[in-house]
Design a protein around this ligand. Structure first.
Ligand code: PMT
Length: 222
């Protein structure tokens, strides 16, 4: 049906900024609120999809969205792998920490002396989008984001290839009405076979609806 183009389709979406434990009371995170990923989940649901939203943070959403909370990159990867079995599409809107502590402290870290330094040993986290891109099954569509502060299109095109994505949503996070925690966004849709298309600035839900329209086209071609 034209009004429900994703009816019968299963879509998995990530949202929010992951939290990587330092000790039992502290963590490393970033400025992502989850608004973009939650808006995509609502837009996919409105298009008729069965939606699993793997989110690092909790926000209000339609009860018909299957919400799986996964605070860290490792937890998010495990939840995404499980949800992707038999899924038609993956959209990676989360801001996943590229690094985590090699070994989080078991107890709260204390100041030992007035001039004490603390060095954190960070190791690379798994790349969720790249993992899904590499394991892509025939007919599946993979959409990634690229949060950039410079060379937007160039970096987005690199991510298209390196992450095995069919579409990269390039987000200049320094643009005035775009990026982290804003209610609006402005993005450029980057595909290998088409000229880039700029969307917005407009509400994150309006931007999400246009990304979902592009996903519908990609699924029709897959
Ligand atoms: O949450 P909001 O406050 O609404 O803000 C929205 C947003 C700015 C977070 C969103 O629009 C956005 O740009 N999300 C991607 C953020 C990001 O981490 O981009 P990146 O260029 O570092 O990563 C590229 C892609 O790889 C992204 O799809 C990311 O989800 C994915 N990735 C990155 C690292 C990693 N370890 N695993 C991943 O899956």
């Amino acid at each position: 049906r034209d009004d429900l183009p994703l009816a019968g389709r299963r879509v998995v979406i990530t949202a929010g900024g992951t939290k990587e434990a330092i000790d039992p009371v502290r963590y490393l995170t970033n400025r992502s609120s989850g608004k973009m990923g939650y808006a995509l989940a609502e837009a996919a649901l409105a298009a008729g999809a069965d939606v699993t939203l793997v989110a690092a943070s909790k926000r209000p959403c339609s009860p018909a969205i299957r919400l799986v909370l996964a605070p860290s990159a490792k937890a998010m990867l495990a939840a995404v792998k499980k949800a992707m079995v038999g899924a038609d599409a993956f959209i990676a809107a989360a801001a996943v920490s590229d690094f985590a502590l090699a070994k989080p402290f078991d107890q709260k870290v204390k100041k030992t002396s007035p001039d004490a330094h603390l060095t954190l040993d960070l190791v690379q986290n798994p790349d969720i989008l790249k993992t899904v891109g590499q394991q892509k099954q025939p007919g599946q569509v993979v959409v990634g984001f690229a949060a950039e502060t410079e060379n937007l299109l160039e970096n987005a095109k690199k991510k298209l290839t390196s992450k095995g994505a069919d579409l990269i949503v390039a987000n200049d996070v320094l643009a005035p009405q775009a990026g982290f925690d804003k209610d609006s966004n402005q993005v450029t849709l980057v595909r290998a076979d088409q000229a880039p298309v700029t969307v917005g600035p407009e509400s994150k839900l309006a931007v999400a609806k246009k990304i979902i329209q592009e996903l519908v086209r990609l699924l029709d071609q897959a």
